[in-house]
Design a protein around this ligand. Structure first.
Ligand code: TYD
Length: 141
């Protein structure tokens, strides 16, 4: 996860990690200060036993999210309609902020992978663009 992120309104977010060799790690996410929006929703994805799963495959019209891999690893694919990038997510305290109108996929999950996502708004299916051709049309407008 060292490659710079190419997309506007997107980038890495590093959380403070208090590491105690024998007693585990403590990682802290403060709204606004660390996660650059008012957090309205938090969700997590676990039990990724099927390593060939591909999640995501959509973009959001307005929603902003910060995605963490708090255990294991996976590959995050990003695409703004012009450029594509793959990021290996394998550091529990380094997340990726996804701006709106960014097509994203999640794949190559390790079986112990756990994703934690902070979102700027409540769930709304109307905010999703699930058709890639529609996404390309909208970004080229
Ligand atoms: P989706 O966002 O498509 O999952 P992913 O991008 O991880 O593959 O959501 C999967 C299903 O869960 C879809 O039917 C919508 C539903 N869902 C909610 O009801 N509330 C939520 O907050 C989220 C994230 C999804």
């Amino acid at each position: 996860m060292i490659v710079p992120i190419l997309f506007k309104n997107s980038g890495y977010i590093e959380l403070k990690k208090i590491k105690d060799e024998r007693d585990g790690s403590l990682i802290i996410a403060n709204a606004i200060q660390d996660i650059p929006f008012e957090i309205k929703r938090v969700y997590f994805i676990n039990q990724l036993e099927n390593s060939i799963s591909i999640r995501g495959k959509h973009a959001h019209r307005n929603l902003e999210q910060v995605i963490f891999c708090i255990n294991g690893n996976f590959t995050l694919g990003l695409d703004d309609g012009t450029r594509k990038q793959k990021i290996v997510m394998n550091q529990d305290n380094i997340g990726v902020k996804l701006g709106s109108m960014l097509w994203h996929t999640m794949e190559n999950f390790s079986s112990d992978c756990i994703l934690l996502i902070f979102a700027s708004d409540y769930y709304s299916e109307a905010d999703y663009i699930r058709d890639y051709d529609e996404f390309i049309k909208l970004v080229n407008k």
